[in-house]
Design a protein around this ligand. Structure first.
Ligand code: 7RM
Length: 660
């Protein structure tokens, strides 16, 4: 019965095809599939042509220098990312075009034209200079979603100072680790940001981090929420005070195409976050090209990508791609359900948003909140929808298509990663027929494969590892300060073959469409955000009660995956639990709060289960795969490598009856 149903589901998925509406194709930036053949015939010429959409101070000598796995794109080209996102537009009619339309959570709003943005960014850059920032210095940014966050990033880019944006939802300790790894000299933060009517106390969190980051010399604080915060004399400066005495107008540093534009930390299979390094030329070519073609962007569009600037999607498709293209970008500070679940649709109606890009987890939340919310608003301005962050289930796709897109908007399901910098597998909305749940096909000029453990292509219809076969312009260049980890994590997984290993499973169907099957490594994808099992486990074992812990991702209707943890307590704590001296819920709450303190609220485990023993191999490795089987209520997979098979049967029985 179960098997039969699975077969039917698969057939249904394959059968539903949505062709691009003719009216859409007629007006599309890319109208024909020829571009795929052109790019494949000569990828370097294709990317060189795309590079022409940028302004270069000096043209490159060579498109690509590939010393696997180290790439240089647009060798000896000189440019500036901020110049490309702002200054060059000032010489055109776009000077007075809206660059950023900002909607604050409390309902305040601001519009910054490209000329306004120029004035803000140049003044901000001058302030950073006063605080000692020079080309090559790292600057950490820990900000809410307000225009100053974008201004801060662009000001760094203007000076050639790599930024490291740390998501505002991360804890002090996460911020500290990232500041230390990059040895940031300056931190830019705010007093706070608004989230569901409450203040996220950014400066307060930053203070705790700053107590342990001697590398930070100065802190620049933007006033947003207005509550009292402590300011350390000689280290902390208010932005609005410095702005009063700082002029606008600041020259752009001429940087090399391969100079670092930013570092962004992401979770891998081990506990220590990886500083993904992106450089300037290739990154800007890759993000502006994909933004233009995938989002079919037009000069009169209002474009809204709901990602926070703390994630790669915020970097590539809120800031650099769209602004390089002279787009009007909508920026919203707060939560989708504040003050009610209609907030996003109220914003779409208010600003006549045309292109909307969000994550499957958000779409599933909208579904749960009910069709009546989008139903109350006029969403007829929308012409194109997008998703990113995790596989979208066909049901959510179809809901999005109907309830948000009015069955008229194509949906671009875009697969990519922090490391790829740019969209890699995606429809082109004017040419690619869509199948709900599939990210469709590789972007022109991108060579992808699905391979087995020896690196051989698997047959159509079969699952395997998603791999990228050729370098691409926005690829990560290394892990900050750790070339070896870069090589080992991404390029050495399949011995003897130079393939980029994405860490995702995938399948190709008989039309050569890609279906992403989720992570194959120890990475949990919670609401489209990557966390490693190791990070969560190290946070837990840091607690004095915990002897050992195993974290897994468990399917979750809204978040895609939720974190479940299996914890072995130390003897004294275990005694207290057994004797009832302390309630189980007390233990659970305390450990959940501890993970939040160490990593941030996104890492809060949904479920904490206590167990006397964890299933291990003979060499002592925790078998998370079996814990996943237990948590999902599935039959146990292969248990032959277990050191003590009795442990797992007992654990399964207890988990199902909820005792320990
Ligand atoms: C952009 C971003 C990357 C991981 C990636 C996948 C998953 C992202 C899709 C997707 C299926 C998609 N960067 N992922 N997009 N899975 N379909 N369209 O999310 O570095 O934070 O995460 O996200 O597992 O490896 S990320």
């Amino acid at each position: 019965m179960a098997v039969k149903k699975a077969t039917i589901d698969t057939l249904l998925e394959e059968d539903r095809i949505f062709h691009p509406p003719e009216e859409f194709t007629q007006q599309a930036n890319i109208k024909s599939r020829e571009i795929y053949a052109e790019a494949r015939a000569n990828p370097k010429i294709f990317w060189a042509m795309q590079a022409e959409r940028l302004d270069w101070f000096r043209k490159w000598d060579k498109v690509l220098e590939w010393n696997p796995p180290f790439a240089k794109w647009f060798v000896n080209g000189k440019l500036n990312a901020c110049y490309n996102c702002i200054d060059r537009h000032l010489k055109t009619w776009r000077k007075n075009k809206a660059a950023i339309i900002f909607e604050g959570e409390p309902g305040d709003s601001r519009v910054l034209t490209y000329w306004d943005l120029y004035r803000e960014v140049t003044r901000f850059a001058n302030i950073l200079k006063k605080l000692g920032v020079q080309k090559g210095d790292r600057v950490a940014i820990y900000m809410p979603m307000i225009p100053e966050a974008v201004v801060a990033m662009l000001a760094c880019a203007r000076l050639g100072a790599p930024h490291s944006v740390v998501f505002g939802g991360f804890s002090s300790e996460s911020l500290r680790d990232r500041i230390l790894d990059a040895q940031a000299k300056v931190l830019i933060t705010a007093d706070g940001g608004w989230r569901r009517g409450k203040i996220v106390p950014l400066k307060h969190n930053a203070d705790a981090a700053l107590a342990e980051t001697p590398c930070v010399e100065k802190v620049l604080v933007v006033k947003r929420t207005g509550q009292e915060v402590s300011m350390l004399d000689g280290r902390d400066y208010w932005y609005h005070e410095m702005a009063e005495e700082t002029p606008t107008g600041c020259p752009c540093e001429e940087v090399d195409a391969e100079d670092i534009l930013f570092i962004l930390y992401t979770s891998g299979t081990t506990g220590k976050p990886k500083g993904v390094v992106h450089t300037t030329g290739g990154y800007l070519v890759g993000t502006s090209t994909t933004h233009y073609m995938v989002f079919d962007i037009k000069d009169d569009d209002v474009y809204w990508c709901t990602a926070d600037i703390g994630w790669i999607t915020g970097h590539s498709y809120v800031v650099y791609g769209p602004l390089a293209n002279g787009t009007t970008v909508l920026l919203y500070e707060g939560a989708p359900d504040w003050p009610n679940p209609g907030r996003f649709w109220a914003i779409v109606e208010k600003y006549h948003v045309n292109v909307f890009y969000t994550a499957p987890t958000a779409i599933r939340a909208f579904m749960k909140w009910g069709d009546e919310w989008p139903g109350r608003y006029d969403l007829s301005s929308l012409r194109l929808l997008g998703t990113v962050g995790e596989p979208i289930n066909p049901e959510a796709w179809v809901w999005y298509h109907k309830n948000i897109g009015g069955e008229r908007c194509p949906i671009v399901d875009t697969w990519w990663q922090t490391e790829t910098g740019m969209i890699m597998i995606t429809p082109l909305p004017g040419v690619t027929p869509l199948k709900p749940g599939s990210a469709t096909v590789p972007f022109p000029g991108i060579e992808v494969d699905v391979v087995d453990k020896d690196g051989n292509s698997v047959m159509l219809g079969k699952g395997g590892f998603l791999a990228i076969k050729e370098p691409w312009p926005a690829m990560l260049r290394t892990i900050y300060g750790d070339d070896q980890r870069y090589v080992d994590t991404y390029w050495n997984k399949i011995p003897g073959k130079m393939l980029y290993f994405a860490g995702d499973g995938a399948r190709r169907d008989y039309h050569n469409y890609y279906w992403i099957l989720g992570r194959v490594d120890d990475v949990i994808n919670v609401a489209g955000h990557r966390l490693s099992t190791m990070e969560v486990e190290s946070a837990l074992v840091d607690h004095p009660w915990v002897a050992e812990a195993a974290a897994i991702g468990k399917s979750h209707a809204i978040k895609g995956q939720a974190i479940s943890v299996f914890v072995t307590l130390k003897a004294h704590a275990f005694e207290q639990l057994k004797s009832g001296a302390r309630q189980r819920s007390e233990f659970q709450d305390e450990l959940k709060a501890h993970v939040v303190k160490k990593i941030g609220a996104i890492a809060r485990p949904d479920d904490v289960f206590f167990t006397a023993e964890l299933p291990k191999t003979r060499s002592g490795k925790i078998m998370r795969r079996l814990l996943r089987d237990i948590a999902e209520g599935r039959a146990l997979g292969d248990t032959t490598t277990l050191a003590d098979p009795a442990v797992i049967a007992e654990l399964k029985r207890k988990y199902e009856s909820r005792e320990s």
